[in-house]
Structures are given as structure tokens and as C-alpha cells.
Design a protein around this ligand. Structure first.
Ligand code: FAD
Length: 496
């Protein structure tokens, strides 16, 4: 056979598997249905502006961090330069909070305590819990056999809080709604009552201990660096090649069939795509029953994005790269979103990449990117297939987001906009085949975090899954680590 391994899907998950496997001398083919690799993590150019299609930041890039290790092992690190994100601004209807992301736990606690002095003791206890839980999560991958047997002794918090929502823990520790809002301001598209506490503890403890970064050249640089590492190691990429069926015989994988009618034989296949498609539609009929659990998984909400080219000196306005303008009631907002509606003044995440990397826009201009959670079913599925209605809804939503930013963040913005484009949940789905344009793959609910997520090895011999529907979690780092999990299993199985 020409290939040892075939990877389906060239997002961060698929690229990571490939770049790690070629380093071990395996012959790998990656098949990507789109016109380039990267999935959600791509940049695109319009009128001299370089926009990030989706993401805003990445963690674990410090020396020894999980993503740093992947980049170093694959050789992708040499293609990248990370810029540290210093502050994040949280804006609520009644107050603002600038958080310094480089000062560790103590600085963060002090900043929140200054706003809510009456909660000082609870704050300390809460962060103590976050710290301990975060430590256990970091430790869990390196447990010895005996420690695994004695798991409840070594990872008490992981067992205690496995099914806990962030909301439940916040209610236990705090009185004021304001502090609960602040501590649940996280880019997850879920309100605290539905968000996994363990996920929150992982994210917060890592971000506060080590910080977050933006790659010079835009978020797409990460995928380009991984693809370069993959190709330099001898890996082969075929774009515009959609896998339509995974061939299985006698319980073992045999290869993949493409929509174009090609067949690529291999004993190992890694599917790093929408899990319902990978383990539902792509497998032979007789496996439908075995994998019917994929139908009850909760996918995360989609997003609506606005990309702006702005003629305005934003660097003189004391604005940070990353801001989170909260609607103030994420529970109510989520309730509306799950009924297919979007509030008049929704939560908006704002990034201004040119504050970190001015080369992304022509001189005298800046880029602003706005994101809000959005349901796939909004206004009858964004116009029920009617193109002119779709464009009208897209325009209305673009105006709604700009209006929100003008009212709550940057008055007078619209007078300076020189370029505007938007992406709907349908756009996200069209480019990446994430069903419903799911922003983060599986929603990080208590039921779907850690061991609650689908394992990277399937019961079909030679079939692995990676990406943001699988273990350990979503996001660029989560998808990357899932790829490293799958790669480790394959290397072990193939005795490399
Ligand atoms: C708006 C938005 C903002 C985000 N912000 C951040 C952020 O700031 N930080 C962060 O860490 N994460 C962020 N994320 C999440 C992060 O981007 C994803 O979790 C992660 O990139 C998923 O990677 P993946 O490899 O699992 O999948 P994807 O990126 O979805 O890639 C899957 C790939 O598989 C291809 N494919 C699908 N089906 C087939 C098939 N049948 N045959 C061949 N190819 C196929 C697709 O075309 C796609 O290229 C954001 C996501 C969105 C949408």
C-alpha cells in the first residue's frame, strides 16, 4: 500500500496527526474537501486587509506548554512567532473590567476583588479550588499505572466535579450576580448553568498561569506552519477531495472512497471531521447501530462574524486587542438563542489584530473582527434557501452588531468603516462541514468534558477520530492535543 495512514480533514486536528506521524517515518495522505487546509483556523485577504476567519487567541504556547510541545515536535514552531496578549477588557451593562493576562492568579484576583470587596474571602476559596482542579487536570496524563488504579486519591476534584456546571459552583461560593457574570465571561457560547466546571478550571488555570497568544501574520499562520511541517516530513495533501465513505471489512478499516470516485487503500484512517458524519454517514450501514450514540451528542452553538477594515487611529484610543462586551445576562441570551432568536444587543467579542500586528492592514487602517453566538435556525435557517432574503438578514445582523459596538464600546465607529464583510452559521458550515456551523464542535457541557467525550480510538480496527468533537476538548489546543492522542495510539500500534 502506498500510504500507512489516511487522514480525513485538514483542520488543526488532522494537520497535527499528520505532522506528528511523518516525523516517525509513516507515509501519510491528508484529504481535505476545501480549497486549503486549516478548517476554522485560516486567514483570508480582502482589499489589502488580512482577516482571521474565526479564532482570536491560543494558549499553551509557553515553553513546555502542550501546544508548544506539538509545534516543537513537528518542527512547526520554526515557522511561527507568537505575540503575547497582555490585557482583555470585559464590558458589562453597569461596569467595565480590564484584566491583565500576564500577572498570574494574584493579579487577576486583586482586579476582581477591587470591584467586589465583599466577596474577597469567597474569591480566594474559589481560586484555590480552580488551582487545585487545574493541577489535577495537568497531572492526569502522566499518572503511573498504580496512580491510575488509585485515581480517586490522586484526582479527587476531577471525580467530585465531573458532572458540575460552572453555575452550580459559582452559586455555592458567591452572592452577587455581578461577580458571577465576571467569572463566567468565557468564550464558550454557553451560560454558566450549562458550562462544565472542569472545562472552566482547565481554561482559567492555564490562561492565568501562562497567558494567551496571537500568532504574527494572523491565526491562519498556525495551520500554514503545521502544513509546512507535514509536507517537509514527506506528507501528501490533496485539497478539494471529499471523503464520502470509509471502507471497512471484517471489523478493520480498508481505506476511503472519495466523492470524485477515487479509492485510497490504507489500514489506518483518522477522521478529524464532524463526528456525526464520520461515525454516521461515512461508515457502512451495519455500523449505524453501534455508533447511534453520536445522534444524541450536543453540538455547540454557531457564530455570526463581522470583518471590518477601519480608517481610524485605534492605537491611540486605549483599546486592547481582545474585548468581551457582555449582554449582561448570558442565561437569558442563551435561552433566546436556543429558541432561534438573537437579542437586539447581543454579547459581542471584539478583536483588533492590527494593535498586535500592524502588517495585517494598509498604513492608516485597522482591522476589527466581531463575533456573537448565533443559532443555525435564526429567521428560518437564515432565509430558508432564498438568496436575496439571506443577504438581507446578513446585512441586518451586521448592522445589529455594529450598533451594539457603537452603543457599548466605540461610539462613531460606522463613520470610519471602509470594508465590511460577514459570515453566518451557513458560511461556517459551507467552508468546514461542521454541522450547523458548530463553533466549538461538541459543546463543553459537564456531560461532554474529559472522559465524557468520544475516545480517539474507535472499536473498528484502524479507525481513529480527532478534532474538536473528541477528547480532550475543543479549541485549537484541544484539537491539536486530540491529534497528538491519535498519533500516539497509531505509533504504538504500528510499533514505531
Ligand atoms: C467563530 C469561532 C471562533 C473561535 N475562536 C477560537 C479561539 O479564539 N481560540 C481557539 O483555540 N479556538 C477557537 N475556535 C475553535 C477552534 O477553531 C476549533 O475548535 C478548532 O480549530 C477545530 O479544529 P478541527 O481540526 O477539529 O476541525 P475543523 O477546523 O472544523 O476542520 C475540519 C476540516 O475537515 C474538512 N472536512 C470535513 N469533512 C470532510 C470530508 N468528508 N472529507 C475531507 N475533508 C473534510 C473541513 O473542510 C475542514 O477543513 C473558534 C471557532 C470559531 C468558529
Amino acid at each position: 500500500m502506498k500510504y500507512d495512514v489516511i487522514i480525513v480533514g485538514g483542520g488543526i486536528g488532522g494537520l497535527t496527526v499528520g505532522a506528528l506521524l511523518v516525523k516517525r517515518g509513516l507515509r501519510v495522505l491528508l484529504l481535505e474537501r476545501g480549497s486549503k487546509t486549516g478548517g476554522y483556523v485560516v486567514s483570508f485577504k480582502r482589499d489589502g486587509f488580512t482577516f482571521d476567519a474565526t479564532g482570536a487567541f491560543i494558549g499553551s504556547c509557553e515553553e513546555g506548554g502542550e501546544f508548544h510541545k506539538i509545534l516543537a515536535q513537528t518542527g512547526a514552531q520554526g515557522h511561527l512567532r507568537f505575540l503575547k496578549i497582555e490585557t482583555a477588557r470585559n464590558t458589562y451593562p453597569d461596569f467595565n473590567l480590564d484584566l491583565h493576562l500576564t500577572g498570574g492568579f494574584e493579579e487577576y484576583i486583586r482586579e476582581v476583588r477591587d470591584l467586589f470587596p465583599q466577596e474577597r474571602r469567597s474569591l480566594r476559596d474559589y481560586f484555590d479550588l480552580i488551582g487545585r482542579t487545574g493541577e489535577e487536570i495537568t497531572r492526569v496524563g502522566g499518572l503511573t499505572r498504580w496512580q491510575k488504579i488509585l485515581f480517586p486519591l490522586y484526582c479527587r476534584h476531577l471525580i467530585l466535579y465531573q458532572r458540575a456546571s460552572l453555575g452550580r459552583i459559582l452559586d455555592r461560593y458567591f452572592q452577587s450576580d455581578g461577580i458571577k457574570q465576571v467569572l463566567s465571561t468565557l468564550p464558550s457560547h454557553l451560560p454558566p448553568s450549562r458550562l462544565s466546571f472542569l472545562y472552566t478550571a482547565t481554561l482559567i488555570s492555564k490562561v492565568l498561569a501562562h497567558g494567551v497568544w496571537y500568532p504574527q501574520g494572523g491565526m491562519g499562520s498556525i495551520s500554514l506552519a503545521l502544513e509546512s511541517a507535514f509536507s517537509e516530513g514527506g506528507g501528501e495533501v490533496k485539497i478539494e477531495t471529499e471523503v464520502e465513505r470509509i471502507a471497512v471489512d471484517g471489523g478493520s478499516v480498508k481505506g476511503v472512497h472519495t466523492r470524485e470516485g477515487g479509492f485510497f487503500p490504507a489500514k489506518t484512517v483518522v477522521a478529524s471531521i464532524n463526528i456525526r458524519r464520520a461515525l454516521g454517514n461515512l461508515l457502512p450501514e451495519e455500523y449505524k447501530r453501534e455508533f447511534r450514540w453520536v445522534n444524541v451528542l450536543d453540538y455547540s452553538l454557531s457564530s455570526f462574524l463581522v470583518y471590518l477594515g477601519v480608517e481610524m487611529d485605534l492605537s491611540s484610543l486605549d483599546l486592547p486587542y481582545f474585548s468581551y462586551v457582555s449582554s449582561g445576562d448570558t442565561e437569558m441570551e442563551y435561552e433566546q438563542l436556543s429558541r432561534g432568536k438573537i437579542p437586539d444587543y447581543p454579547t459581542v467579542i471584539i478583536t483588533i489584530p492590527t494593535l498586535l500586528d500592524p502588517s495585517l492592514a494598509p498604513r492608516g487602517y485597522h482591522i476589527m473582527r466581531l463575533i456573537t453566538p448565533a443559532p443555525y435556525g435564526f429567521r428560518n435557517g437564515w432565509g430558508a434557501g432564498n438568496r436575496s432574503l439571506y443577504l438581507e438578514i446578513k446585512k441586518e445582523m451586521t448592522e445589529r452588531l455594529i450598533r451594539t459596538v457603537e452603543a457599548r464600546y466605540l461610539p462613531g465607529l460606522s463613520a470610519h468603516i471602509k470594508f465590511v464583510e460577514a459570515a453566518t452559521p451557513l458560511t461556517l458550515e459551507r467552508y468546514t462541514a461542521n454541522e450547523g456551523g458548530a463553533t466549538y464542535g461538541l459543546a463543553p457541557t459537564p456531560r461532554q468534558f474529559g472522559r465524557g467525550r468520544p475516545a480517539n480510538k474507535t472499536p473498528i480496527k484502524g479507525l481513529y477520530i480527532a478534532g474538536h468533537y473528541t477528547r480532550p476538548s475543543h479549541g485549537i489546543v484541544g484539537a491539536g492535543i486530540s491529534g497528538s492522542f491519535a498519533a500516539e495510539m497509531i505509533i504504538r500500534e504500528q510499533g514505531r
